[in-house]
Design a protein around this ligand. Structure first.
Ligand SMILES: *Cc1c(COP(=O)(O)O)cnc(C)c1O
Length: 232
């Protein structure tokens, strides 16, 4: 076994352990392996070790790797910021999009989603730490955006996503994840059939699982450090 396989197995074991510690079924947490800035060869190794769900942040990079890995049956998630001039390749090539934070982007993805594919699974990104500099819709604007996105026929609104401000304060970290869960519960109480809480990265996924994450996005803990010269 190579290091990617070993780290993947270690991450899966930690995910399962965090779920059990929270009284949850380990199967209720999906792992998205974040492969941005990693070569296709590394993804091939992860696939050989059993991983078929991958997250990418950059459209051009992802399209190149999709071509290189076309012989594998992979599920691709777009998790990066979405520029409006990139909505067509995203809608045509990905299964999931996590970072929807305005209606215009959702409409463009809806319009570009090919009829031959199932509706695009999407999450709305919420600015849970309330920083002006961060992406994501403000919590008070979430209900209106969720209702508008849910009405788009070529999208399927699955839930919410957040990237809390980095903090070493475990209590604050946990509060941020709990806030996202609370927002999701409110939408569900209002009748929305949401099943996904996309939260938790390499440094905080166990806390996210304790607060109800159903999908964790983990990169460096599986693949090691990313190639330098990338913005995130
Ligand atoms: C890069 C990235 C991740 C993975 O981060 P790691 O710290 O490498 O686990 C998860 N989610 C998003 C949105 C990212 O951009």
């Amino acid at each position: 076994m190579g290091p990617i396989s070993e780290r993947l197995q270690a991450v899966l074991a930690r995910v399962a352990q965090a779920a059990r510690a929270a009284g949850r079924d380990p199967q209720s947490v999906r792992l998205v392996a974040v492969s941005k800035a990693q070569p296709a060869a590394a993804m091939r190794k992860a696939h050989a070790a059993g991983q078929s769900v991958f997250g990418e942040n950059y459209v051009q990079e992802a399209l190149a790797k999709m071509a290189e890995l076309g012989d594998l049956d992979l599920e691709w998630h777009f998790i990066g910021p979405i520029q409006s001039n990139k909505t067509r390749p995203i809608a045509e090539n990905f299964r999931w999009v996590h970072g929807i934070d305005r209606l215009k982007i959702a409409q463009r993805l809806n319009d570009a989603r090919p009829a031959s594919l199932p509706p695009l699974d999407v999450c709305i990104e919420v600015n849970i730490s309330q920083e002006a500099s961060k992406s994501g819709v403000a919590p008070q604007e979430l209900p209106a955006l969720a209702a508008a996105v849910a009405a788009l026929p070529r999208l399927r609104l699955r839930g919410l996503m957040a990237i809390p401000a980095p903090t070493h304060d475990a209590t604050r970290q946990r509060e941020a994840f709990a806030r996202l869960r609370g927002l999701q519960e409110r939408l569900r109480a209002g009748g929305m059939a949401l099943d996904t809480l996309s939260m938790g990265m390499s440094h905080d996924f166990e806390t996210a699982i304790a607060e109800g994450a159903t999908l964790v996005r983990i990169g460096t803990a599986i693949f090691g450090p990313r190639a330098p010269g990338r913005p995130c």
